[in-house]
Design a binder for this molecule. Structure first.
Ligand SMILES: C[S@@+](CC[C@H](N)C(=O)[O-])C[C@H]1O[C@@H](n2cnc3c(N)ncnc32)[C@H](O)[C@@H]1O
Length: 256
């Protein structure tokens, strides 16, 4: 069985998809903890949460989750997913975006903000981070996941698209000429967060190898899915390798 491929992207099997996302989910689970433990249910906002894959898992841990996304179709899928997983009472969907975040979330009310795959596509990432900073409690936590620029350069070069690799290598973050979603180096995302009042507490590289390994290996080699997840886990905090990770996950807090 395969996922619907991204336009122009490779087809990946379900087993491969699970391996690609395993470390991300482990990190989010560690960040949130279970509502049964210690701090109880937390107020979580998944900004640009799309179809709710992460939001539903967060709600399954017992937390209250608000998904804010401009796409009504994605929100409809999110509601279906929440129903199917019996967490509809803990998940709210709101049609909105980074610009009007303050209309939907009271200032200083959010314990954990997830902003995954969003700073690549918003008009103004700095504005988004300022709005997130206003929404978070003073001890609140922000989890940002962004696409890694050097991984995309590597991917294009390995596919033989050498001129495209060179263009991407030299494209500054947010270059409208690039006509593709923004991608960040480790330094660029850390600088952006620092400029808008966040102190990074951890950086994890996600999909360091998972986007380079074909699904045929994951599906046919005995134990390959487990081995891939273990490898991803092992390299996620090695700076030399996270520099070429498909995604970078940065957990940070507001500077008070
Ligand atoms: C690549 S998807 C990421 C979805 C999900 N967060 C994930 O990690 O799988 C980007 C999401 O950002 C949403 N989005 C686009 N522009 C946005 C904006 N200005 N503010 C908030 N979300 C936005 C899209 O509708 C989409 O659901």
């Amino acid at each position: 069985m395969v996922h619907q491929p991204r336009p122009g992207g490779p087809q990946r099997s379900v087993a491969h998809g699970i391996a690609r996302n395993a470390v991300l989910w482990e990190r989010v689970r560690d960040l949130l903890g279970s509502a049964d433990e210690g701090s109880g249910p937390r107020q979580v906002v998944d900004l640009g949460g799309g179809t709710g894959g992460l939001a539903v898992r967060a709600a399954e841990l017992g937390h209250h989750v608000t998904v804010i996304d401009p796409n009504p179709d994605a929100l409809a899928s999110m509601h279906r997913r929440a129903d199917e997983n019996n967490v509809a009472d803990r998940v709210v969907g709101v049609q909105g975006d980074t610009i009007d975040l303050g209309d939907h979330v009271a200032p200083g009310s959010v314990d954990v903000m997830l902003c995954h795959g969003v700073l690549e596509v918003v008009d103004d990432p700095g504005q988004a981070l300022e709005a997130i900073g206003d929404a978070l409690r003073s001890d609140g936590v922000l989890s940002v996941v962004v696409a890694g620029r050097y991984a995309a350069v590597l991917g294009r070069a390995l596919a033989g698209h050498l001129a495209a690799a060179r263009t991407l290598l030299e494209a500054p973050t947010g270059d409208a000429q690039a006509r593709s979603p923004r991608r960040y180096t480790r330094g660029e995302i850390l600088d952006l967060l620092a400029t808008h009042g966040f102190t990074a507490e951890s950086v994890h590289g996600l999909r360091v190898f998972a986007d380079l390994v074909p699904s045929s290996v994951v599906d046919t080699e005995p134990g390959a899915q487990t081995a891939l997840v273990e490898l991803e886990r092992a390299v996620a905090q090695i700076p030399e390798l996270t520099a070429v990770a498909g995604q970078l996950m940065v957990v940070s807090r507001r500077r008070n």
